[in-house]
Design a protein around this ligand. Structure first.
Ligand code: SME
Length: 159
């Protein structure tokens, strides 16, 4: 199936899945599973902004780094720069954090509450140059649906 068609179906599934659920972690967990079912990427998951770090959230795939600093790696850079980052070859990205030696390319999409980044969606592929402008466009829409369900004060328990 054409990638656009797969994403179109996926976005509809994501919208339907989160519609009646207010808990952000539950939604992230199911959205990670839906993305994996559709594309079988190496690793798909969320990191949440907690204080000055990204902390691992729901994911599908192998064990991953639990904490990433502001501006560190691809995830921390997407957070700092407030923009999606597409990396065709992780070895060419200065400061890339290798949670898995299998990972070859990556896309990281910030989750926004207004101007503020409250988390990121991170997807890794074991193949080079997996992600392009089409993935970016659709995954940004998926990230927005998830972010819309996050409470205004983000996901900082006790804050
Ligand atoms: N490679 C990421 C770290 C997260 S994992 O790959 C799951 C990065 O450089 O931010």
């Amino acid at each position: 199936m054409d990638k656009n068609e797969t994403y179109k179906t996926l976005l509809a599934q994501v919208r339907a899945m989160v519609k009646d659920e207010s808990d952000p972690i539950a939604n992230m967990a199911n959205v990670a599973a839906l993305i994996q079912e559709a594309f079988h990427f190496w690793w798909t998951g969320f990191y949440r902004v907690i204080g000055n770090q990204l902390v691992l959230g729901p994911f599908q795939g192998p064990v991953a780094c639990t904490r990433i600093g502001f501006g560190k790696g691809v995830c921390g850079t997407a957070w700092k720069d407030k923009k999606t980052i597409v990396v065709e070859d992780v070895e060419q990205f200065p400061g890339h954090i290798a949670c898995s030696s299998e990972s070859r390319s990556e896309i990281v999409i910030p989750l926004y509450k207004g101007e503020e980044v409250v988390g990121v969606l991170d997807i890794d592929s074991e193949r080079l140059a997996t992600f392009d402008a089409i993935d970016k466009e659709w995954l940004e829409q998926i990230a927005e649906v998830v972010a819309d369900k996050i409470p205004l004060r983000g996901m900082e328990v006790g804050h």
